[in-house]
Ligand binder design. Structure first.
Ligand code: GLC
Length: 536
């Protein structure tokens, strides 16, 4: 039997952005509790919360100042427990972001560590009197950082940081740090969370002459954490943020010697994501098929997490130079649309607000192998705001209805943590949950229909993937469950182009359209950007 996370629908959301229950302009845990009906209605099985710990918010919560408390605008731990109860009562799960690689520079550990070279916590972080060490580690936030070392005036030494300089890296060579972070892990698992999205988990250790990513020591630590989780808890999941090529990712799933996984249960499939956008823009399936053919089979119990967009920039580390230039020219023509190497825009604006394309992308997400992770707001085609700094433009308030602040908050608009999207095309007056729930043909109801259909078709969840022979390169056509004894196979057709395309179904196949119940065989004509799911 598959583990729950292998077939689930994940939904990523930011508590700050989802629903404000007390009118302070910031979303909160109580507000999220009020919206669980919506998530259940949509078909969400597991909610992933962006960081909720206390933080000075120099990186929107990825700079943790206390692992044991919740950021004050979100509510108290008691509220979090109630949220977990409500989620579990609905048969849903909840995972939280766990930022293990670094803390905030305002975390008491760092304040103590930087105080003096003799501090008892000095070696909880990575200090050096020179910036010449670990030169082969790339700089991740290239827009704002010029070095992975930052100067600390108190002792005249430098500390190591892979992200913003306000996020000093913890020193995992120190057993006390390992223990402290395992304590944090235990605390949240004891509270009842169903697992973690492990932030920046490839970067835990530093070694001279390496990129300081994917080191054997990092794998050993994650395996230790997995052993701890497995020994003490049931049904929890470790989902890693590891932005690497599939061949480097495979190692993160581990190998228990019996065909099973003994490291992370899940990893995001970063390389497939930009190729879905590329395939659509070029009306050419080649790069999507190539990357999926290059994707190794996973050990038992493991699963990919697939996604279209998330809270970060649309990352483009995992494409070639030429592909990168192409992606920027199509999807980030203006400098303000870029962040580092990536694109700081949401799904709907990336696709010009064309609902056919937005639905098509969701169809690929929900039919290709992997556990789909939706990003809040993309199911209604929410817009972005490139005027906001950093990646904040894709973290604006959820658009619930056409009332003030899009129903997100009853605070005066000026008090909101970020302005709600209000432009003509993507603003809350037009794009909102309430309006789309009422319209059977809306994007929201279409996505919900796909989720329901996916859940009713085991072949789409776990069936083997076989490309449909002879389909034009302007389409992405495949069969799931074709050669692994599934009772029903599902044939999925996508037209990536703005022209009608003809697809010849396998000889002798008599299939039923899952959405219209129409019987189909022989040649199928796909309208521009059309997608069809056929059961046969
Ligand atoms: C991850 C997060 C990103 C954050 C970074 C540093 O990449 O997704 O939002 O800025 O880690 O914690």
């Amino acid at each position: 039997m598959a583990n729950w996370y292998q077939n689930a629908i994940f939904y990523e959301l930011h508590v700050r952005a989802f629903n404000d229950s007390n009118g302070d302009g910031h979303g909160d845990l109580a507000g999220l509790r009020q919206k669980l009906d919506y998530l259940q209605w949509l078909g969400v099985d597991c909610i992933w919360l962006l960081p909720i710990n206390a933080s000075p918010l120099k990186d929107d919560g990825y700079d943790v100042a206390s692992y044991y408390t919740i950021h004050p605008t979100f509510g108290f731990l008691e509220e979090f427990k109630l949220l977990l109860e409500d989620v579990h009562a609905r048969g849903m799960k909840l995972i939280v972001d766990m930022v293990m690689n670094h803390t905030s520079d305002e975390h008491p550990w760092f304040i103590e560590s930087k105080r003096s070279k003799d501090s008892p916590l000095r070696d909880w972080y990575v200090w050096s009197d020179t910036t010449e060490k670990y030169k082969d580690a790339r700089i991740i936030f290239t827009d704002s950082e010029t070095s992975n070392w930052a100067y600390s005036a108190e002792t005249g030494e430098y500390y190591w940081h892979r992200f913003y300089s306000a996020q000093p890296d913890l020193n995992y060579d120190n057993p006390a740090v390992q223990q402290a972070m395992m304590d944090v892990v235990r605390f949240w698992l004891d509270m009842g969370v169903d697992g973690f999205r492990l932030d920046a988990i490839a970067n835990l250790y530093e070694r001279e002459g390496t990129t300081c990513e994917n080191l054997p020591e990092t794998h050993a630590f994650i395996k230790e954490m997995r052993r701890f989780v497995e020994a003490n808890y049931d049904d929890r999941v470790l989902l890693g943020e590891v932005n690497q090529w599939p061949r480097d990712l495979l190692a993160y799933f581990g190998d228990d010697g019996q065909g099973g996984s003994d490291e992370l249960h899940m990893c995001f499939h970063f390389p497939v994501m930009p190729r879905l956008y590329m395939g659509l823009a070029m009306a050419d399936n080649t790069s999507i098929i190539d990357i999926l053919n290059d994707t190794p089979t996973l050990p038992n119990g493991a699963q990919w997490a697939t996604f279209l967009r998330n809270h970060d920039e649309l990352s483009l580390e995992m494409v070639t130079k030429e592909e990168h230039a192409y992606m920027w020219s199509v999807y980030a023509p203006k400098p303000e649309m870029r962040f580092g190497l990536g694109v700081r825009r949401r799904l709907a604006p990336l696709l010009g607000g064309d609902v056919r394309k937005i639905a098509l992308m969701h169809s690929m997400l929900l039919t290709l192998p992997g556990t789909p992770v939706l990003y809040y707001g993309d199911e209604i085609g929410m817009g972005d705001n490139v005027k906001l700094p950093d990646r904040n433009g894709v973290r604006t308030p959820m658009q619930w209805n056409s009332e003030s602040n899009g129903g997100f908050s009853f605070a005066p608009a000026a008090k909101l943590y970020a302005p709600v999207i209000a432009d003509k095309k993507f603003g809350f007056a037009k794009i909102n949950v309430e309006a789309q729930q009422a319209d059977p043909d809306s994007l929201l109801n279409t996505v919900r229909g796909m989720i329901t259909a996916r859940k009713a078709n085991p072949a789409l969840q776990s069936g083997a993937l076989v490309w449909m022979a002879g389909a034009p390169k302007e389409t992405l056509c495949f069969t799931r469950g074709a050669d692994d004894g599934q009772q029903y196979t599902t044939h999925v057709l996508h037209n990536l182009s703005d022209q009608p395309q003809q697809v010849k179904l396998p000889d002798g196949l008599e299939a039923t359209d899952i959405f219209t119940t129409e019987r189909v065989s022989g040649e199928v004509t796909l309208a521009p950007y059309a997608w069809r799911w056929l059961r046969g």
